[in-house]
Write a protein that binds this ligand. Sequence first.
Ligand code: FAD
Length: 549
Amino acid sequence: MIDTPRNVLSSSPAHAGTVRTGVLVIGAGAAGLSAALAAAERADVLVLARTTLPESNSAWAQGGIAAALDAADSPLDHIADTLVAGAGICDESAVAALAAAAPALMRELAASGVPFARADDDHFALGLEGGHSRRRIVHVGDATGWAVTRALIARARRHPRITLLESCHAADLLDDDGQVAGALVRDAGGAWLRVLAGATVLASGGAGALYGLSSNQPIALGEGIAIAFRAGAELADIEFVQFHPTVYRTRAGQGFLITEAARGEGGLLRTPAGERFMPAYDPRAELAPRDVVTRGIYAAMRACGSDHVLLDLTHLDPALIEAHFPTICARLRADGLDPASAPIPVAPASHYLMGGVRTDLHGATSLPGLYAAGEAACTGVHGANRLASNSLLECLVFGRRAGRAAALEAKGRGQAAGSRRHTAAGKASSPAGQPAEPWRAELAAVMVGSAGPLRDAAGLRAGLEALSGWPSQASPDDPAAITAANAALVARLILASALLREESRGGHFRTDFPRPGEAWRGHTILRRGAAPELAATVAAPPALAHAAD
Ligand SMILES: Cc1cc2nc3c(=O)[nH]c(=O)nc-3n(C[C@H](O)[C@H](O)[C@H](O)COP(=O)(O)OP(=O)(O)OC[C@H]3O[C@@H](n4cnc5c(N)ncnc54)[C@H](O)[C@@H]3O)c2cc1C
């Protein structure tokens, strides 16, 4: 059982001002911005970002967004591919809602000015990625997330009912009579605020940065998930972590993702000696699902005693490489590496969290007044493994649904309007919890050693033991310690859930239980103060007033 205090703050802040809003959205990535724009149709909305905008994982998404737009494709094929990737535990109604909404949503984004690549005036240029049976990746070069996020931010900034606050840190959720009533927030100037809201949407992103080398931004430590868990929200399937097979370590030691579109366009994986190894590992070779490619690379790295393999694009047309991957080319050249003439050293690194705060199809969590969307949520779309380019889509589709439902709830409670507009005092600054802090390296060593792509019971228990002494609370005056306490809690939750699931499925591979087990075809559920459990099917949380979509 994972127990932890209700609040991360060990004491109330000495002073805290009060701000009221209809809907509070914690997070300004694709999910939070989509939720905010939808909620603002009916309510005043306050959106918090932990850093300055547009910084977020959403802004760094490269490959694109999946949508069945080709004449030979259909949402049914998109559903089928998603279910295969999810390895038997996707929520089929969530997958159907995702795939059905995608084509119209892409047309809507294009009409609003997102410059998606075109085959001709009437058709999108569609890319191919691993696990997709058709070309269906809508993209803006290799900077899709940047283009989409920028468009959403511009719309949110123009909206009269939306207030965006940057460099604000939500630390704990507030309760009022059994209902989530907003959050306690530290603003850019270091002042504490009680943000009271008719409904709250958690869109705080994933937790890849717990692992050190990661494709994620350094703030992606799962803090929102910790906040929700402390408040009593149920989490589902948090052991399922996706490792991206091809992450390049920059000279500065940061992870930089090489999109799988590079393999989709013909990139080949080779050992440092130049031998291809994926065809012998899986018949789908470089285009196998991510977890299979990740384990194939691990096996190759072990066999040749190397910490990397090579992603070879040198046989491709240099003009194609430059046209399809300009951001990647620019980043690699900054390190003196030209992908047209030399293979790229890559290794697997943490990339995406499939599990999160359990929601229904409208983002409602198990806590009244709390909704969740995007990578912080578990809608059931991804099951045990996310299909490439389904996550931005999930943010857009389910963010919108969560925002609408939250606004309806706020309105139903007569709390759709906000008070005065709040402008965060002080200069926007980098958040606490930067990569140089020593606790990050300690936490990463535990996570890589115990809960990486290959796991077993002894390692998971050792990881839990290593984290048992970590502080679970912090002073309101110590923002870095607040982040560390929340990050360590999320790490413990991943370890506990991975220990419970005695099988291998999707992104979760146990060397002591290397096969999937029929008895495990269900969802792991974590709740504060309760033993972790496996639910055969996930029952919908109590229905609230839902908007149709
Ligand atoms: C390098 C990279 C490439 C990717 N490529 C693709 C791709 O091609 N296609 C695809 O579909 N997916 C891709 N993904 C995955 C996808 O980008 C993410 O899953 C998705 O963007 C998550 O969006 P989000 O809105 O849930 O979270 P994020 O975009 O991470 O936003 C989280 C927000 O929450 C805020 N926040 C966090 N904690 C707090 C707090 N305590 N208080 C206040 N605010 C907080 C952050 O500041 C941020 O604004 C990629 C991911 C990465 C890292």
